[in-house]
Design a protein around this ligand. Structure first.
Ligand code: ZN
Length: 421
């Protein structure tokens, strides 16, 4: 038996005598031409123009009656009749993906068998998925979520804002998946390019996640641009996938019912009381890849009270940083994101550093501050800073020190741990 060809060939057809094989191909060709004539308006008008009737295409030789469709023609056709130049012969919802090839030309790719959608929200709409498709799983994970919602997906990947703006416009993209800040960057760039985003674009849905402070941008997308944000915040890692997502009460992310989340002290691995900040440990009920008690390295806390939405699953209010960057002071984790948040309320501060030391078995924190402007009443100002620090970091600093401009090393960590045990 000889070796099969790389691509599956019809085992009967490929061994038939040539005239017989060509006869069968001609029958297939007749069906194709008549199908394309009925379903692809671009093809129909192309052969109508040269007055060729589909019934005239009977054998393989007749194919030559149809003019060659060159790449330049397709570019032109797509420009005149976006996005597919009238050559898409099925409804958009039978298309899984749209790609762009040099030209630029948009190429639809048929829906794979078995990928029927569960929801219809994205029916007949193209969604742009700006998560990365290679190496990390985000792209494919979100891709299948979007297809499950009925969207046809343009796998845009990350970066290249200008090109993404153009594609979003030309493909009449109706859905966006990515980070809130990337969508904000696309809108901003579109406006810089002279577009009126609300008028000139077709974006209706945004599934944005993966960042802190997404709520502010979500509100802007909805109020200023009329975009409906799908889902709220969610929490996922590359190893586990989706772990938690927020409900419409916006009061934290509910942990999936097929996952156990613990909040632990990263140094001991022991569970800490609800409300305290620690590392998120995840145990997914996954028989394929049972990562039991997987340490995510992310910091958060757990809300165990039932939610207003009626769900009783525990919630993660937000991700508060990486445990590696955080410093544990008197039992509490202090993370640069928290200290940044405090300092951001004080425009007079140009630079700061929090120095943690240990004195007679007690952790101490010294906050060094460089000022660019003098506060009106320094004592009152400092009291405010102390209060904000405590309410955000859950622990007090012991002393504040004003240092001359340039003293704080900009390269150094904002929280420096100088404790020696
Ligand atoms: Zn809820």
């Amino acid at each position: 038996m000889d070796k099969p060809l790389l691509f599956p060939h019809d085992k009967t057809l490929e061994r038939l005598p040539t005239p017989e094989r060509e006869k069968r191909l001609a029958e297939k060709l007749q069906r194709l031409i008549s199908y394309a004539y009925d379903n692809a308006p671009g093809f129909r008008s192309r052969i109508d123009k040269i007055k060729v009737n589909p019934s005239e295409i009977v054998n393989l030789e007749d194919l030559q009656k149809i003019p060659v469709l060159r790449k330049d023609d397709l570019i032109q056709l797509q420009k005149e009749n976006p996005p597919f130049g009238g050559y898409l012969a099925v409804p958009l919802n039978e298309i899984d993906h749209v790609y762009q090839s040099p030209g630029p030309i948009f190429d639809p790719q048929r829906r794979s068998r078995g990928s029927s959608s569960q929801s219809q929200i994205g029916k007949d709409m193209i969604a742009m998925n700006t998560w990365s498709y290679h190496i990390t799983p985000a792209g494919l994970l979100i891709d299948s979520t979007l297809k499950g919602m009925g969207f046809t997906v343009f796998p845009a990947g990350t970066g290249n804002t200008d090109l993404q703006v153009q594609i979003m416009h030309d493909l009449k993209v109706g859905g966006f998946a990515g980070t809130p800040s990337f969508l904000a960057a696309i809108i901003k760039r579109a406006e810089e390019m002279g577009y009126d985003f609300k008028r000139d674009f077709n974006l209706k849905y945004a599934m944005v996640m993966g960042e802190m402070g997404g709520d502010v941008l979500r509100k802007m997308f909805t109020e200023k641009y009329g975009i409906t944000c799908l889902g709220g915040d969610s929490y996922a890692t590359a190893d586990i996938g989706f772990i938690a997502s927020s409900c419409d009460k916006n009061s934290g992310m509910h942990v999936n019912t097929d996952t156990i989340v613990e909040i632990v002290d990263p140094s001991t691995g022991k569970v800490i009381p609800p409300g305290d900040i620690g590392e998120i440990i995840v145990t997914p009920f996954d028989e394929v890849y049972p990562l039991i008690r997987f340490g995510t390295g992310d910091l958060s806390t757990l809300i165990v009270e039932p939610c207003q939405c009626g769900r009783t699953t525990p919630r993660l209010p937000k991700i508060m940083g990486r445990s590696g960057d955080a410093v544990r002071v008197r039992g509490m984790f202090v993370h640069p994101r928290q200290t940044d948040e405090v300092i951001s309320r004080y425009p007079e501060i140009s630079s700061y550093q929090l120095i943690v030391t240990r004195n007679q078995n007690r952790d101490e924190m010294l906050l060094q501050i460089e000022l660019k402007g003098e506060p009106q009443n320094k004592d009152v100002w400092l009291e405010g800073l102390k209060k904000d620090f405590q309410s955000i970091c859950k622990v007090r600093f012991d002393k504040a020190e004003f240092v001359p401009t340039g003293k704080i090393n900009k390269e150094a960590k904002r929280i420096t741990d100088k404790r020696i045990y």
